[in-house]
Design a protein around this ligand. Sequence first.
Ligand code: GLY
Ligand code: MN
Ligand code: MN
Length: 445
Amino acid sequence: MTASEYKRRRRRLAAAMTPTSVALLPAAAESIRNRDVHYPYRQDSDLFYMTGFPEPDALAILAPGRKEGELVLFCRPHDAERELWEGERAGVEGAREIFGADEAYPIGKLDEAVPKLLENRDRVYYPAGADPELDRRLMEWVNIVKAKVRSGVRAPTEFIVLDRLLGEQRLVKSKAEIRVMRRAARISADAHRRVMRLCRPGMWEYQLEAEFVQACTSRGGRFQAYPPIVGSGANACVLHYVDNRHQLKDGDLVLIDAGCELEGYASDITRTFPVNGRFNAPQRELYALVLAAQKAAIAKAVPGNRWNDPHKAAVRTLTRGLVELGILAGGKKAIPKLIKEEKYKPYFMHRTGHWLGMDVHDVGDYKIGGRWRRLEPGMALTVEPGLYIPAVRTEVPEPYRNIGIRIEDDVLITSDGNEVLSSGVPKTVEDIESWMSGNTPVSNR
Ligand code: GLY
Ligand code: MN
Ligand code: MN
């Protein structure tokens, strides 16, 4: 992202804040995986969205209208010894020169500098409740200001959770964000295609995971947006299966839900395909049904429609199909009642999608004033219906059991409809079988 993109974002947030307010954006904490070893660091999405600053131990303060400059960044100062071990830091100079801070201070100066920044500000926006230590320190800083009220300074009296304001802003993606999300989805889509083609009976779930991660990493998608799910056979019925340690059996399906993160933006794609390259009859029937539901849902993901419309379309299609397959009892006439009573839920228990952006389950309200919100150009979401029939569902005819299917794409709402960012991974029965048989030439679009 360019410096002017970050500036634009800060200007928009400042405009949405009340006058005489201030916003606090803390860095994510580092977390320990085991003695002396940390998990790979991932910056807090809000701070990263506003500044692009990638380091831990930082706090950004946005103080609209402040004469000396609106953005103050606290961060780790240079330290030759530590930098020798851990790599270069931006330091306070870099915070100003690279990240556009108007002022920057070492993180150790918070107690000294923040109270001054809170003087004569009535409202503080911050991630209240997310970090007890920040809550505590903020109140300490406020009390320092309060102690000075007799000298004529005002102390803040209102404390507002920042999430809602920032969520609304992050929900509608800019042109620059869309470009990155397109690239993230493209890398993941190509990785899915590659894994689909490599899959053979006898391989292990973790081998498909390794191929997927390799395909993303080698193109710059160094981090996964979430741990890949590679579930074969009945494992595909476990929604958050991440063990990925079973052998792929001839005759089973395998579900892969995986997507890389690129420059802080997530992709999130699922494909389900036969381990041996050919669907059997019950697999084909269920797969065609999920695909029909996904297509119906994507067709409803257009501007002006409400958030819930794609879900409603998926539920309608799935319920009708389950009746036709004899999995749900009752004829055509029973369909509205079956939907109302949510009889599909034992087989489709999650929603049809979620917002997508810097966080894989991205920020932004789904309802406004109690009603599902309308879709607008620039919003990005996933469309991911599924059907899951584990062995315990003995009411379902035996051939349909031990099958889990989900089909998930990343969809951008555009002014005249939508753009499927993750297109390019085979999705119909015919395209999957043809691709897996090697009849379709491998191309790196
Ligand atoms: N991979 C997480 C999700 O599909 O929501
Ligand atoms: Mn998803
Ligand atoms: Mn997913």
